[in-house]
Design a protein around this ligand. Structure first.
Ligand code: NAD
Length: 360
């Protein structure tokens, strides 16, 4: 079992990473002082796989658990689903000292975190992420929220969980494509913060892709550590230090928007975005060509897409300008200087960005 502390004054919490530990869920939650009524928010599929068992473990530990099932999919990450959750919480007489558990991927985590942030002006919640992306990214850092018809994640709150409980065994049931998409965020951590970690990914890739437990424990732990250290420096994206987590995401969001959020999973769009950002860095003489080639090769080995055909650069630039990561009208790109270090730059030339986007 690994334990990482996220130090944020009175909002501090632990991330516990373990293998086959959901049977101890009740004890971990008792340890942080929560008791009585606890509500698991999940979907039908995850409830069948893990939720029902967890309910049993919570009862054994003295809790009064119940579940709220919400439909599966990003298209339900909206205020209507949050409102349905409020209705159930009210009918179950959930009060301030009760808590929520987000059991599932990033969609469940974001919705449940937002419901917890807003119901009765905030009740405690626990993240129990079951996708690789949620384990290494969305469950840590306190960004919660839902989509609006005009755009993704437009409504939300920074609201930290009281505990993140990660059982890497849940990854065994995850579809392979979802696993590979989560790997994109893990590669991101190596590029932005730790060359040794990128070496580890390169050297152990076959074992990681065949879900060897010690390898999974290591990569989830190291990713959470890197994210935790960055979040601690800039919890609410005020100083700009958290922005480096957006490596690959500015191009990635443009790709997701242009392809209508249908063709690519988030991690797949981020993979193409990281290749574009490193190619831009190389074109701008910020990094060596080998940095770009190394990132691309690793993503290819994982089985992630690294190129996109016929992307309109005008359209992409327009979308990126509308994105949040703009400084005085100019898009800020996160660009690798070398593996393990990135810079934030708005000092780019339009021809370079066009060439990168259009894959010329
Ligand atoms: N809050 C943040 O900081 C943050 C960061 C990154 C992404 N996100 C958000 O995360 C969401 C994407 O999350 P995701 O990639 O986890 O997708 P997801 O939550 O849609 O999960 C993907 C699919 O996997 C299924 N699933 C989950 N765990 C499973 C398991 N163990 N076995 C079998 N199937 C399982 C889900 O039911 C779903 O169908 C997006 O809405 C994105 O905006 C948030």
């Amino acid at each position: 079992m690994e334990r990482i502390k996220v130090a944020l004054d009175d909002r501090s919490y632990d991330i516990i990473i373990c293998s086959d530990c959901i049977k101890d869920t009740g004890n971990y939650i008792k340890d942080i002082g929560l008791k009585d009524k606890i509500c698991i928010v999940t979907n039908q599929r995850i409830n069948n796989l893990y939720g029902k068992r967890i309910t049993g473990y919570l009862k054994k530990a003295g809790f009064a658990p119940f579940s709220i099932l919400i439909p599966d999919g990003e298209r339900y990450k909206n205020l209507k689903t949050v409102s349905d959750i409020y209705d159930k919480l009210i009918s179950y007489k959930i009060e301030r000292n009760s808590s929520l558990i987000a059991l599932g991927g990033g969609v469940i985590g974001d919705i449940t975190g937002f419901a917890a942030a807003t119901y009765l002006r905030g009740i405690p919640y626990i993240q129990m992420p079951t996708t690789l992306l949620a384990q290494v990214d969305s469950s840590v850092g306190g960004k919660t929220g839902v989509d609006h018809k005009k755009g993704k994640n437009l409504i939300g709150a920074f609201y930290q969980p009281r505990l993140v409980l990660i059982d890497i065994n849940t990854l065994q049931s995850l579809p392979k494509r979802e696993f590979r998409a989560g790997m994109a965020e893990i590669v991101k951590y190596g590029v932005i913060a730790d060359e040794g970690f990128l070496n580890y990914l390169e050297e152990n890739l076959e074992d990681i892709l065949s879900l060897k437990k010690d390898r999974l424990l290591h990569i989830v732990k190291r990713s959470c550590e890197i994210k935790a250290r960055i979040v601690e420096k800039d919890e609410k994206e005020i100083t700009g230090k958290r922005a480096i987590l957006n490596f690959g995401h500015t191009f990635g969001h443009a790709i997701e928007t242009i392809t209508g959020y249908k063709k690519y999973k988030h991690g797949e769009a981020v993979a193409i975005g990281m290749v574009m950002a490193s190619k831009l860095a190389y074109r701008m003489n910020i990094c060596d060509v080998h940095v770009y080639l190394r990132i691309k090769r690793l993503l290819n080995r994982i089985g992630l897409p690294t190129e996109i055909e016929r992307l309109n650069s005008k359209e992409a630039l327009k979308i990126m300008e509308l994105d949040k990561k703009v400084s005085e009208g100019k898009i800020k790109f996160i660009l690798p200087k070398r593996i393990g270090e990135v810079i934030i730059s708005s000092n780019w030339k339009i021809e370079d960005v066009k060439k990168v986007v259009e894959n010329m």
